[in-house]
Design a binder for this molecule. Structure first.
Ligand SMILES: *Cc1c(COP(=O)(O)O)cnc(C)c1O
Ligand SMILES: [Zn+2]
Length: 440
């Protein structure tokens, strides 16, 4: 069922949707997903009326708003004024100053934004919250997605909060914790014996056959709109002084594309006076975008690669949102960098010890990549830098245990006896504190 046209169903302050390949424009009720002329490359960008937004929202009005969720930015989101939003509290995650981590890297002005505290444990909740609203606007019976795990868990969780049925396609290799979330939330789970790419393809064909609403990254133009709220929060939490650099793990490229969109919105509104450089961090074994960046390749024609990395959330052989991701990096003067699985794993305890944020591999990659960016002089000492920690370490405990073992960190084993405790402690080398101990 499609909404009828007219002012009653206008979607907020959206003007239209524009194809990133050919520039063709579509009214919101004229199209569901992709520009019909370019297959899965015909990704759409949502265009807003910033003048009207400025009448409804300002830094001053936000300062008085007690809605501490992503919906505080509702005039900047593609939802109808009549829609109700899901009850799970998505967004407004903390941005922590990280002086000890920063001292370690020679970056005195470093922050870490912790998306691990989202209701289902990753940044994907921001997109899935929008997906559930959009699905209900069109009266969808079922919502589907393919996912490496987190997008599916996010959809399953947000959908469960409103009783919306969902059907999920994940690779059978997805980490157990993510599959457990899906099942607990009550979604129908199809474990696909294949890659994420296979699951994606299958979900698209199933949606077509059964008439489901598609949340898939890239295909659904509203997912990067949800993710852009992370950029709004970063700017607001820094008092509308945009950072110089944001680093983020990149798989499909939807998050980095969303950050770009969010900062562009704020720039268009005049709420920030410059665009941060966006640094996309890819795993060595899943480096499609890093390759394209270095080789100046066209991502519309570049064929997919085989993807394999411990950081399952950034494993993508042909990133679905590759066009938005390349634009994000190019237009902001950013870069793509690569990190090995060893560097990713090493970053898990470093980040946890350095600022108290326990991250899954794809999230720790953003920090590992910052190290590389500092080495490559892509980041300067006086830059204000934000690391986007996109998901919690509890999503993938086996990888966390591996990272701890690799770092030579071990628990002390004792008999239940106080002398044994004393003895164990006397031989134990406590880890040297990093420089710049304590917060200012
Ligand atoms: C999805 C995800 C990413 C990467 O986002 P893309 O939009 O696929 O680039 C990074 N970290 C975590 C934890 C994720 O779930
Ligand atoms: Zn087009």
């Amino acid at each position: 069922m499609k909404p009828t046209a007219g002012p009653a169903t206008a979607i907020g302050h959206v003007i239209d949707l524009v194809c990133l390949v050919c520039g063709r424009r579509f009214a919101p009720d004229e199209i569901d997903y992709l520009c019909p002329d370019h297959g899965d490359d015909g990704i759409l960008d949502v265009v807003y009326d910033h003048e009207r937004i400025a009448r409804d929202l300002s830094p001053a009005s936000l300062a008085l708003d007690h809605d501490h969720s992503m919906w505080r930015y509702r005039p900047l989101l593609p939802v109808a004024s009549t829609s109700t939003v899901p009850p799970l509290r998505v967004g407004w995650t903390p941005l922590y100053a990280a002086p000890r981590l920063g001292a370690d890297l020679g970056l005195p002005r470093l922050w870490v934004k912790d998306e691990g505290v989202q209701p289902t444990g990753s940044l994907k909740d921001r997109a899935s919250a929008v997906a559930v609203v959009k699905a209900r606007e069109v009266g969808a019976q079922v919502v589907t997605t393919a996912s490496t795990g987190n997008a599916a868990a996010a959809l399953a969780g947000v959908a469960a909060s409103v009783g919306q049925p969902v059907t999920i396609f994940v690779p059978a290799t997805a980490p157990e914790a993510k599959v457990a979330q899906l099942l607990a939330y009550g979604s129908t789970v199809l474990l696909v014996e294949g890659t994420y790419g296979d699951a994606f393809e299958l979900s698209m064909r199933a949606a077509d056959r059964f008439g489901w609403y598609v949340r898939n990254t890239g295909v659904n133009p509203y997912m990067s709109e949800g993710k852009k709220t992370a950029a709004f929060e970063i700017a607001e939490q820094l008092d509308w002084q945009a950072p110089d650099v944001v680093t983020v793990g990149v798989g499909d490229g939807c998050i980095i594309g969303g950050l770009h969109k969010g900062f562009r919105d704020l720039f268009a509104l005049g709420w920030i006076d410059r665009m941060p450089r966006l640094v996309g961090v890819q795993a060595e074994g899943s480096d499609y975008l890093a390759q394209a960046w270095e080789g100046n390749e066209d991502v519309v024609t570049k064929p997919g690669i085989d993807a394999d990395t411990v950081a399952d959330s950034i494993s993508a052989g042909r990133p679905a949102d590759r066009i938005k991701a390349m634009r994000a990096v190019r237009d902001t003067g950013g870069a793509f960098v690569r990190v090995s699985d060893e560097q990713i794993l090493a970053a898990i305890p470093e980040l946890a010890r350095g600022c108290g944020v326990f991250a899954e591999p794809a999230a720790a990659a953003a920090y590992a990549g910052l190290r590389v960016a500092v080495d490559q002089r892509l980041v300067a000492t006086d830059d204000r830098v934000v690391v986007l920690a996109t998901g919690t370490g509890l999503k993938d405990v086996p990888s966390a245990m591996r990272s701890i073992g690799d770092a030579g960190i071990e628990p002390l084993r004792v008999r239940p006896d106080l002398d044994a405790v004393a003895e164990a402690l006397s031989t134990h080398q406590s880890p040297a504190p990093t420089s710049g101990e304590g917060a200012p």
